[in-house]
Design a binder for this molecule. Structure first.
Ligand code: F6R
Length: 244
């Protein structure tokens, strides 16, 4: 696992975006695993800049998002589908047919979860996956649990996640309580993984991810076993790494 610490979030975003740009240059039809939330935003900003400068081309890029809230329409400002269009997809030339975000309007969850995993496999798996980390150590919406869930599934969000995400909603009652999320399987099968953590609120989870034994109670700790994981931290998120 490579761990890189930056003193500035925009710099960190640029550095991580270089890995994505290199992947797109090396493999124009690469499969990117996408995340939402605040952590990947500096990376997406930098990718948009590289696209506008004519350095990278998304024409053949394919993407799979990690997760989506259940019971939220795609036009809702808080849907992850909308987030991806607002922050990246509408600003680059990715083709809509190459974009995959779990579908929150489904009435066949079991079938849809299996179909999502099948689509990832058919695409050849994920070449490069971006991840954030929850304050409770979740990746995607794989919440702390007694085991690592393998495939795409429906997850009940913990109070910690609801608390963290309520900043995006008018009131706490509006925060969806369940989400559809990629499991740990496709994340671990991704050929490379980039995890971004910024801010002091993530320091405890980062310490547990990197320094504690692998444990599904800190789902991100599984990345210790990934052969090509790079963790980008700012100084606040890295604060507890030197303290026993
Ligand atoms: C979002 C996702 C989540 C977030 C995590 C951190 O698609 O999968 O795991 O990455 O909750 O969220 P932020 O970046 O908003 O702190």
């Amino acid at each position: 696992m490579r761990i890189l610490i930056y003193d500035d979030v925009e710099k960190l975003g640029k550095a991580a975006s270089i890995l994505f740009a290199a992947k797109i240059i090396e493999k124009p039809d690469c499969v990117l695993g996408m995340a939402t939330g605040s952590s990947p935003l500096p990376v997406y900003r930098s990718l948009v800049e590289l696209y506008e400068q004519g350095i990278i081309d998304f024409d053949r890029v394919r993407s799979f998002n990690l997760d989506e809230y259940v019971g939220i329409s795609r036009s809702n400002e808080q849907s992850y589908y909308r987030f991806m269009y607002d922050n990246l997809f509408s600003k680059v030339n990715i083709r809509p047919e190459n974009v995959h975000v779990p579908n929150p309007a489904s009435d066949d969850w079991v079938g849809d979860c299996a179909a999502y995993d099948e689509a990832i496999s058919e695409a050849g798996g994920i070449d490069l996956q971006i991840l954030g980390i929850g304050e409770n150590g979740h990746i995607g919406f794989n919440e702390p649990c007694r085991f690592f869930p393998f495939g795409t599934h429906i997850e009940e969000l913990t109070q910690s996640t609801i608390n963290a995400n309520k900043r995006f909603f008018e009131k706490e009652e509006d925060v969806p309580k369940t989400a559809m999320t990629m499991g740990i399987g496709p994340i671990m099968k991704a050929k490379a993984v980039v995890l971004i953590a910024t801010g002091g609120a993530k320091a405890k989870a980062v310490k547990s991810m990197l320094l504690d034994p692998v444990d599904p109670m800190c789902p991100a700790s599984v990345l210790q076993l990934h052969p090509a994981a790079t963790v980008f931290l700012d100084e606040a998120a890295a604060l507890l790494l030197n303290k026993g």
